[in-house]
Write a new protein. Sequence first.
Length: 209
Amino acid sequence: MAEGHQHAAAEAFDAIGADYEAAFAGSAAHRDSLNRLLERLDPHSRVLDVGSGTGRPTAHTLAAAGHEVLGVDVSPVMVDLASRRVPGASFRRADIREVTLEEESFDAVCVYFSFLQMSRDEQRSLVHRLAGALRPGGYLVLATVPLDVEGVSAVFMGQEVRVTSFGPEAFRALATDVGLTVVHEYDTVFTPDRPGAVPEPHLFLECRR
């Protein structure tokens, strides 16, 4: 990602802060996805939460179940919020594309809606790296807004952003092209809890190495 885009993403989510959690806390599909992951993980698993935001619900749910969670987010405001709200997990301010990922070092990786300000090539490259960071039999959980858009200007929670995503089939191919098996897929429509919000499609893929 160009440095300007990286800074734009950090600035946008610095400004959004805790409002993000309030707007999306009602997502039953997100909670169900986490519950399915919990059923699959062995006790004390090591989990990477990419784009960890405020730490809730993902890091909080996993840490409360006894797992070792590392959250990575580009926004210093989000990392500060998460560190205070989820003391049972660890958080690091960094761009995940620049983080060194050791091979086979995590039992699971969660990426809930964290790709949308990355280019398609960056998304493909990152999925490849994240798959490699999974131990054999580990799980990669991906969620996105499955629209065929590239570099589209949008206003997200009052902040101007540029959005790139894939349609459902192409998004699924991000996982299968690197040898992952999709073990559960769920699509739904969710309306964030904030004034003027409109329904948006959400796609969840739970994949196994």
